[in-house]
Design a protein. Sequence first.
Length: 149
Amino acid sequence: MIRKFVATSLAASLIASAALAAVAPNTPTPMPAVKDKMKAVDTDSSDLFNVAGAADPANGADQKLPDAAGWAKLKKESDSLKSVADWMMDAKNGKPAEANWAKAAKDMSALSAAASKAAAAKDAKALAQAANDLSDTCTACHKIYKKQD
């Protein structure tokens, strides 16, 4: 009887393991560490998107450029976003083996670096472009991976 129970338990464990391994790529799964990291930079991204949008030269007379402290803050926020993107490319933290994940994290890293460079140069046009593209990258990734409440 015990031998049959052990065999049944082992079989159930193997089936459960196979089911977990068979999760389709790009399937949202609970990732508390990523969720916490993203929440930690949520204010940074919102600020970057808002300030870059206001600083966009396409606004013409309504353009609002940051002061020196504002440019420094944008650089710091961009660097923070890049750090999280690079962190998400580590298999211990994210899903770099999945094509959509890898592309989004790489794009987030590159676009955050571009925003940082633009902020350091006080280049409003480059900042607006990088922030706009970064926003698009975030939106596309969240459609796949972020559970919408």
